[in-house]
Design a protein around this ligand. Structure first.
Ligand SMILES: Nc1ncnc2c1ncn2[C@@H]1O[C@H](COP(=O)(O)OP(=O)(O)OP(=O)(O)O)[C@@H](O)[C@H]1O
Length: 761
């Protein structure tokens, strides 16, 4: 029953229930508030925080108590809301959408109503019931042959109403209209690497966030909200999504973006795609390991290391005994820092045992000696020293990198470490270095990784080490995969992230965001940019066809600002998507005409007009989008057509393309500037060819077993092995310098014997 034409008496009855539940909720809120006030200053900070969190669970006092209800064949009815509400006798008036009992609300369909007679979705303003939409499953079953494709898919008016609602710079929850296929992903098991592959606007992000909330509710015994990490591509995206989980009652979940997935460092360094590509390769991990091992060494051109006053024989250490200790410390160390500590202890103990009984070995002297053997390093110092020295790079690269590759890695070091600027791909290397230096940091019970299609192996490794056991929700779209690590399959992501649990790749196939007319334009790129990817089926028709405005090259900026200002004047939330090449021209006109706008390079979205680059546009959405000169977007990247596909799919309503060159700059079709219409799968209005809801395809990949400990061990083994090779080279130099070749074999076997004896001791 469409909202508005619903029986007034029925609306009034529902309102009574809403009022009843609202009063119960507010009574609970008040009594909890007074209880914490009574404890007052006596409560510890932790108790107060817990009470505050509990209070926050009630949500906003204006929030509607329920999103919907369902009536069961057995005669009972359950109201479903964002949070549970009980009356004074502890009887549930509303159940949480996350409770298992709420599952039929989301899962019932005409094929399998699951005992549900009717599903009712409320149209509310605050806690006032304006109307409702009813799905009566017996009716649907009776006219199954006449159902529209939308009805078949379970897309009702409530969904369409929600999609038409205005947008802002913050993503909203979709609790009321979660689709059955989305719900299946939201509630699928915690213990897996779940990859959700879906076209633009199919709800990947929103599903990933609701899944976090659902998992926290249903696995509260093993998973706390501080135990979950959500990783997005950049700060603008993180700001866009960060209110969703608190709105669902989960306040402690950590949000990070790729720039902050490592030790704190000033980012913003630009680099070539070639350098970014090399820095993303896994062999960089070995290069860093070797480079770090090479920092641990006995000083050159001396065989004695003083640890006290110069000339004091008792406090001077000999090269062989020190190198022996270095080897031992490296072999046993879990990290560079731990090895350094062990070495410090050895120096102190060795010197103490030699000086007069009871004498103290001065700590500064030990520290100075240690620094010569095993320098203290921060990740930033280590990488700056490495990238700033061709010799260090070549020594660490060995024969695994060509000279040309090493040249790509080299850059002049800044005078001070704090002045060094880091690129996005450097962050993963800093993180790697941090782990080698200080050991593995915080780990999480569940990680959501969004826009995962672009990550390099080193970035994936950085994500993986934050996972305690291999429980992830990975979200992405191969058709939007761009940048130096653009990929066409999820295979390497599965291989990089899997540890304890199995993996599954599940598609989302309904496109919610992009209207049919706009998607018809964008979809023409797919056969050229990502032929293996299936286009989503769009769920609605938009208010207008794309507005294609051809102008002279000199007018691109002015026409863009005109189009954006017109949209903004209509109260729409606007995004201007343009390549760097056009940015200056657009900014010049925006400033000249005094148009207020937000440059998203600052890391946030404004409330009206936003200027955004095509890469940063990933994951974002606007009510109206102005795409500037498609050819420049395509030319600016090796996967430029995919980037243009991203740009064309950011709108929920209107799209204007301001262009001088072609609208679809497809190779071989340069002259075409006004594209022919294309058929895209659309559900709106089409009559039903009986089509069951597609069962998610689950591609199980072979589960790799292993534990975090096993992984750490591998890393440390690498470190130790590299150290052993370096130490052997040093010992060999020493032997070659001091013994005749005919004695070498004897020295080696004597050395092995000596080491065995010491180990037994
Ligand atoms: N079941 C639903 N009901 C209502 N709105 C929905 C539903 N699913 C998704 N949406 C809306 O569709 C839009 C796109 O969702 P989302 O950003 O999660 O898609 P995405 O697949 O991550 O897109 P992209 O590939 O561009 O990152 C959002 O406005 C979201 O609220």
């Amino acid at each position: 029953m469409p909202a508005g034409s619903a029986d007034e008496a029925e609306i009034a009855r529902e309102q009574q229930y809403f009022d009843l539940a609202w009063k119960a909720r507010e009574r609970s809120r008040q009594s909890l508030g007074s209880a914490s006030a009574a404890v007052g200053g006596k409560a510890s900070a932790a108790v107060e925080r817990a009470a505050q969190e509990h209070l926050e669970q009630f949500g906003d006092p204006d929030e509607a108590v329920a999103i919907g209800r369902f009536d069961h064949t057995d005669g009972w009815t359950l109201y479903v809301g964002k949070r549970a509400i009980s009356d004074d006798d502890n009887e549930k008036l509303v159940i949480s959408w996350k409770a298992p009992a709420a599952a039929p609300y989301f899962e019932a369909n005409h094929d399998d109503p699951l005992g549900v007679v009717r599903k009712r979705t409320f149209d509310v303003e605050r806690n006032r019931v304006l109307g409702f939409d009813d799905l009566v499953f017996a009716d649907l079953a009776a006219r199954v042959e006449e159902l529209t494709a939308l009805e078949h898919e379970g897309i009702d008016d409530a969904v369409l109403r929600d999609l038409d609602a205005s947008r802002s710079g913050e993503m909203r929850d979709i609790v009321q209209t979660i689709h059955a296929t989305q719900y299946e992903l939201i509630r699928s098991p915690l213990e897996q690497l779940l990859i959700v592959q879906g076209g633009p606007g199919t709800g990947k992000t929103v599903v990933g966030l609701h899944r976090v909330s659902w998992l926290l509710f249903n696995h509260s015994d093993t998973l706390g909200s501080a135990d979950v990490l959500v990783i997005g591509p950049n700060p603008t995206f993180t700001r866009y999504i960060r209110q969703v989980l608190p709105g669902l009652g989960d306040h402690q979940v950590e949000h990070r973006d790729l720039r902050t997935l490592g030790p704190q460092a000033g980012t913003g360094r630009e680099e070539t795609p070639e350098a970014a590509r090399i820095k993303g390769e896994l062999r960089m991990s070995q290069l860093l390991t070797r480079a770090l091992v090479q920092r641990v060494r006995f000083p050159e051109r001396t065989d004695r290391l003083p640890v006290g006053p110069a000339g004091d024989v008792l406090t001077t250490l000999a090269r062989p005994e020190v190198e022996d200790a270095l080897t031992r410390c490296v072999n046993q160390a879990r990290s560079y820092l731990a090895g350094r500590t062990a070495m410090r202890n050895w120096i102190t103990a060795t010197v103490t045992s030699r000086v007069r009984w009871g004498a103290e070995v001065p700590a500064p002297a030990v520290e100075a000696a240690l620094e010569r053997l095993w320098p203290s390093l921060t990740p930033q110092q280590f990488l700056r020293d490495l990238f700033g020295s061709r010799e260090r790079l070549l020594a660490a690269a060995g024969d695994r990198f060509s000279v040309a590759e090493v040249t790509l890695l080299f850059r002049a070091a800044s005078d001070r470490v704090s002045d060094e600027r880091w690129s996005l791909s450097d962050v993963a290397l800093l993180d790697e270095a941090d782990t080698m230096l200080n050991g593995i940091g915080s780990q999480f019970g569940h990680i959501v990784l969004d826009e995962a299609q672009d990550l390099s192996p080193m970035q994936l490794r950085s994500v993986r080490r934050r996972s305690r056991s291999g429980s992830y929700t990975v979200l992405g779209d191969l058709a939007q995969s761009t940048g130096p690590w653009a990929r066409d399959t999820w295979d390497d992501v599965v291989a990089s992230l899997t540890h304890r649990y199995p993996s599954a790749i599940v598609p989302l196939t309904l496109g919610y965001r992009v209207p049919q007319q706009v998607y018809a334009l964008a979809a023409q790129l797919l056969p050229y940019s990502a032929p293996a990817v299936e286009a989503p089926s769009v769920v609605r028709v938009g208010p207008a066809d794309p507005d294609l405005r051809r102008v002279s090259a000199g007018d691109l900026g002015a026409e863009t600002v005109r189009a954006a200002s017109d949209y903004a004047a209509r109260g729409l939330f606007v995004g201007i998507v343009c390549a760097d090449e056009q940015r200056a021209a657009v900014i010049e006109v925006l400033n000249a005409e005094g148009v207020q706008y937000q440059d998203t390079r600052g890391g946030a979205l404004g409330s009206s007009i936003n200027l955004v680059g095509p890469v940063t546009a990933k994951g974002l959405e606007f009510e109206a989008v102005v795409v500037v000169e498609p050819g420049a977007i395509v030319a600016g990247s090796t996967h430029g057509l995919r980037l243009l596909y991203v740009a064309y799919t950011r709108t929920t309503k209107f799209l204007t393309v301001v262009h001088h060159g072609p609208v679809l700059p497809i190779p071989g079709q340069d002259e075409q500037d006004v594209p022919d219409p294309v058929q895209v799968p659309a559900l709106q209005g089409s009559r039903a060819a009986r089509r069951p809801t597609p069962a998610p395809r689950v591609a199980a990949s072979p589960a790799r077993t292993g534990t975090v400990a096993a992984q750490e061990k591998t890393d440390l083994d690498d470190f130790s092995a590299e150290f052993a090779v370096a130490m052997a080279a040093r010992l060999a130099d020493h032997v070659a310098d001091t013994a005749q070749p005919r004695l070498w074999d004897a020295v080696v076997s004597a050395l092995a014997q000596e080491l065995r004896r010491r180990r037994e001791e």
